[in-house]
Ligand binder design. Structure first.
Ligand code: NDP
Length: 484
């Protein structure tokens, strides 16, 4: 059985414990590989390697960093098909999605930050009248920790490590223990690309063991984390008193607000994606759909018909729309929310049935599949509408006025993203300013420009990723004042 091992100081190595955890294929429910069950001893070794590599790496020119990161891009591109198949197998997502979104985005992340590092500039102030010039130096922080979740494994892992490395930091990173495969494959590509030993170190294993050791280590200067809000709270509790820089990208419960004057066909097609792409396991999915009353019944009928026609099944099949839920534990959580929705008085318009009801084919009879589920008839403030489910479950609700729907949208503890469908320009801008969210999409969804700031408000996190913001996060500014 394949062993997924750590990448420390430029080498693939086993964990100090010699212990391994089972890695499951969500589509079959079977163990298909084993992952290093690392602990703080492995983190210590990784931090030592990163510390040793830092002086030389931070002294390389932006052009040298660009060259090695672009070589890595080329290798990921070369292995795109293998990486896409591996991502699909490890996570349960349709291979089509991994091939068109996840792996191309990992390439784009390296490409973007390899280039961006060459354009990062410092500030300079001519302090007129006092015979001085002030300028700033932006210096890489040192060793930083990057911790990522399972929903977009290589995509989010590289979204952190690319700016960190490009900024001149050295990294100790932990992918989710649930989806470690593509990060392991990446470590081999780093060796092939000639990334100097210790610049990137990947330690596999459990969050409370490996993740918390990275956070608590006195030599990690910053933590860039994407994951659940509860884990984010725990990380902040440990790291804040140590005065580490923190970037926390956390959970969401995003509203999708549809006005009667929208471009209906485009809205309908996009709302299918924004609800159920990646089995609804994207932090930016719109899980609460508010529809203006004049088109509510029409939307409900059309939406439910389209959702019921989505093909749920083997992620390795190119024609599958909705694959398997990432793990048995997460499957149970989502199913418990479908039960909760019923208890709270919701009506299931489609989906929600027992796994046996889905024809997934013989290979996948024990896989973790859930039909895309649409629930109606719940109040905005019930638990189903307030808590993050992070699966293929959405609720639909009618509304009458702008103020009313703003109240619904902003009623949750989260504030990651919001989607708005209207052809009324004034209303679009008015609503965008009032929605409590880090990102508002108007007449589109998941249209990403990597230069833009990405992050949430309220309990969806702190800090912004993307653009120069991420390079600034991994550097410290120093002011130098020169008397002339
Ligand atoms: P978790 O918070 O459970 O895990 C995220 C990562 O943190 C994993 O690598 C995990 O390891 C690790 N971890 C767990 N406990 C600790 C700890 N005590 N200290 C340090 N690290 C720890 O999130 P999920 O993986 O379940 O991801 C789903 C969540 O991520 C959802 O809430 C979703 O909204 C959010 N998310 C947010 C995004 C954003 O951009 N805002 C984007 C994508 C997802 P292990 O896997 O071993 O437990």
């Amino acid at each position: 059985m394949q062993l997924i091992q750590n990448y420390v100081n430029g080498k693939i190595v086993g964990p100090q414990s010699d212990a391994y955890l089972d890695n499951f294929e969500p589509a079959t429910g079977e163990v298909y590989s084993q992952i290093a069950d690392s602990d703080e001893r492995d983190v210590d070794l990784a931090v030592e390697a990163a510390k040793a590599a830092f002086p030389a790496w931070s002294a390389t020119s932006a052009e040298e960093r660009f060259a090695v990161l672009m070589r890595l891009c080329g290798l990921i591109e070369r292995d795109l098909e293998d990486l896409a198949r591996a991502e699909s197998r490890d996570n349960g997502k349709p291979v089509t999605l991994a091939r068109t979104i996840d792996i191309p985005r990992a390439i784009a992340n390296f490409h973007f930050y390899a280039t961006a590092a060459m354009h990062l500039s410092n500030e300079s102030y001519d302090t007129v009248g006092r015979n001085a010039i002030n300028y700033t130096l932006r210096q890489p922080l040192g060793v930083v920790g990057c911790i990522s979740p399972w929903n977009l494994p290589l995509y989010l892992f590289t979204w952190k490590i690319a700016p960190a490395i490009a900024a001149g930091c050295t990294v100790v990173a932990k992918p989710s223990e649930v989806t470690p495969m593509t990060a392991f494959m990446l470590s081999k590509l780093c060796i092939e690309a000639g990334l100097p030993p210790g610049v990137l170190n990947i330690v596999h294993g459990l969050g409370p063991k490996v993740g918390s050791a990275i956070v608590a280590h006195r030599d990690t200067k910053a933590i860039s984390f994407t994951g659940g809000t509860r884990t984010g709270e725990e990380i902040a509790r440990v790291a804040a008193p140590m005065f580490k820089k923190l970037s926390l990208e956390l959970g969401g419960k995003n509203p999708n607000i549809i006005f009667a004057d929208c471009n209906y066909d485009e809205m309908l097609a996009t709302t299918i994606h924004s609800s159920f792409s990646n089995q609804g396991e994207i932090c930016l999915c719109g899980s609460r759909i508010f529809v203006e009353r004049p088109i509510y019944e029409r939307f409900k009928k059309d939406f439910v018909t389209r959702v019921a026609a989505l093909k749920v099944g083997d992620p390795s099949d190119w024609s599958t729309d909705v694959g398997a839920i990432v793990s048995k534990q997460h499957f149970d959580k989502i199913m418990s929310y479908i039960e909760l929705a019923k208890t709270e008085g919701g009506t299931i318009l489609t989906g929600g049935s027992e796994p046996g009801a889905i024809a997934t084919g013989p290979r996948c009879t024990s896989g973790y599949f859930i039909q895309p589920t649409v629930v109606e008839g719940l109040p905005f403030d019930c638990r189903t509408n307030q808590e993050e489910i992070f699966g293929p479950v959405v609720t639909v609700m009618p509304f009458d006025t702008e103020d009313e729907v703003l109240g619904y949208a902003n009623s949750v503890r989260y504030g990651l993203s919001a989607t708005l469908w209207t052809e009324d320009l004034s209303r679009a801008h008015r609503m965008a300013a009032s929605l409590e969210a880090g990102i508002v999409w108007i007449n589109c969804w998941l249209l990403r420009d990597l230069r833009t700031p990405f992050g949430g408000v309220k309990d969806s996190g702190m800090g912004r990723e993307g653009g120069f913001e991420a390079l600034r996060f991994f550097t410290e500014e120093k002011n130098v004042c020169v008397r002339i």
